[in-house]
Design a protein around this ligand. Structure first.
Ligand code: FMN
Length: 158
């Protein structure tokens, strides 16, 4: 089993309905390709005249290596996002998101940061805090942090 984990910046902020609409077809394709995974849409609401403050994606694709890489090539070319960074790719013993043809969760960057803080500092210490979404995005370049966040989000959805 092969996994590819990437982060990207959203170009437009899609509503939940719009996200579900484009994911319908993605899920069908993933089912055909034996791919499972999770897509976390981190977004902060509009501020002033800006349509949205920040929006980015964290996605894990797991399945046969060739299918995962081919799917990622298509996703990479998608105009809905930019600045894609693969934070991890490689073999794993088993699927973490079995049963999900692409599970979607949305949360603010603040909520994501709180989960990251909880996972990385379970006991004590000063809470990890920032009101700059770019800080959360930067943290997710660490594969351990990105994976831990996706796993805890998945656990909450079960
Ligand atoms: C954040 C994001 C996640 C996506 N995830 C998937 C996915 O898991 N599987 C998939 O087939 N397409 C996914 N897509 C859609 C692909 O980029 C592409 O638009 C779709 O597969 C249609 O490709 P086609 O026009 O060549 O048929 C995703 C797109 C974005 C922006």
């Amino acid at each position: 089993m092969y996994e590819l984990l990437y982060i990207s910046q959203a170009v437009v902020d899609l509503t939940e309905t719009e996200m579900e609409a484009f994911l319908g077809r993605s899920r069908e394709r993933n089912a055909q390709a034996d791919i499972t995974g999770i897509l976390l849409h981190i977004h902060d609401g509009p501020v002033g005249d800006e349509p949205f403050r920040a929006a980015f994606f964290v996605q894990s694709l797991e399945g046969p290596q060739e299918a995962v890489e081919q799917t990622y090539e298509r996703i990479r070319a998608d105009m809905l996002h930019t600045d894609l960074t693969v934070v991890h790719r490689g073999q794993r013993e088993s699927r973490s998101f079995a049963g999900w043809r692409m599970h979607l969760t949305r949360m603010t960057s603040e909520a994501a940061l709180a989960l990251i803080a909880r996972e990385s500092q379970p006991d004590s210490g000063p809470p990890l805090r920032s009101d700059n979404p770019a800080d959360t995005f930067a943290l997710l370049r660490d594969p351990l942090i990105a994976r831990a966040l996706l796993v805890v989000v998945a656990d909450q959805s079960r």
